[in-house]
Design a protein around this ligand. Structure first.
Ligand SMILES: CC(C)(COP(=O)(O)OP(=O)(O)OC[C@H]1O[C@@H](n2cnc3c(N)ncnc32)[C@H](O)[C@@H]1OP(=O)(O)O)[C@@H](O)C(=O)NCCC(=O)NCCS
Length: 251
């Protein structure tokens, strides 16, 4: 019986499983020369296959659903935050972040509303192109604006990388919220999108941000100059991320 693909997950040995509307999972491996599915290896390739039909043998056998319902990554809940995919009507909220001198001191300075409008267009387009991107962050209890965070493609010294970023309004600093959204972003990046690695970088003087990176498992790689400023670049691979999770379970 044909069922539509609604998402993907990695199994315990890093093979891709398509989640179907019926609640069954089906392996969609790329195993040349027998099976050619190169699209399964990239987030964009998988994104393009959402809504495609697959023949579900488990439905034919009358088996009950086996998969957890897929949670969309457009909205992510953590213990204290709600992360919402950036939408065009978030302009005023994004301006509140980009006009704040304390927030932007480590991010190249305050941005004009014109620049913010362009930034917002880029964030919205990034989601449409790649199926992931930056979220606007709200306090889960009050729904107040608290910041922005998420994953995005970026050019670092000529290399295409996917960067984890996080930025909070000053009232929310020092409560572990950056660590909370960074951990949630890693789960999305590695477990849902199946990314191989992520980078994170910040000014050599931004010790709070460096500490956040270290707390969630990033490892210092090298010094870089980005947008004309000296920065430290950290990296985390999916393999190391999973190893860290296993080590935590053992401890
Ligand atoms: C950097 C920023 C995201 C941190 O957010 P946060 O929610 O306060 O971070 P957390 O509370 O999760 O963790 C901060 C850690 O840094 C530590 N820290 C804070 N200031 C520090 C300093 N000056 N030196 C060393 N460590 C510091 C904290 O003690 C904490 O570590 P701990 O849990 O081991 O005690 C926030 O200050 C911010 O939004 N700044 C402006 C924008 C920005 O710089 N974004 C990052 C760009 S890469």
């Amino acid at each position: 019986m044909e069922q539509l693909i609604i998402g993907f997950r990695l199994d315990e040995v890093d093979d891709w499983v398509a989640i179907l509307t019926c609640g069954h999972g089906q392996h969609v491996r790329h195993e040349p020369p027998l099976t050619f599915r190169p699209w399964v290896l990239t987030p964009q390739g998988r994104q393009e296959k959402i809504g495609w039909p697959l023949n579900c043998v488990r439905c034919d056998r009358g088996e009950p659903p086996t998969e957890e319902p897929m949670k969309p990554i457009d909205t992510v809940h953590t213990e204290r935050l709600i992360a919402e995919r950036f939408q065009p009507d978030h302009f005023d909220l994004l301006c509140q972040i980009h006009r704040n001198p304390a927030v932007m001191a480590t991010l190249g300075g305050v941005r004009s509303d014109e620049t913010t409008r362009q930034n917002l267009q880029d964030y919205v387009a990034h989601w449409e192109t790649h199926g992931f991107g930056l979220w606007l962050l709200r306090d889960r209890a009050s729904r107040a604006l608290v910041g922005r965070a998420g994953l995005k493609w970026i050019d670092v010294g000529g290399n295409r990388e996917i960067e984890l970023g996080y930025t909070f309004l000053p009232d929310y600093w020092g409560r572990g919220l950056a660590t909370e959204i960074a951990a949630a972003s890693l789960a999305v990046g590695f477990e849902r999108l199946g990314l191989e690695e992520l980078v994170c970088f910040t000014l050599t003087t931004n010790f709070a941000s460096q500490r956040v990176m270290e707390k969630v498992g990033f490892v210092f790689e090298r010094e870089i100059v980005h947008t004309g400023e000296a920065m430290l670049l950290y990296r985390l691979t999916r393999k190391a991320y999973r190893q860290n999770a296993t080590d935590r379970e053992i401890v």
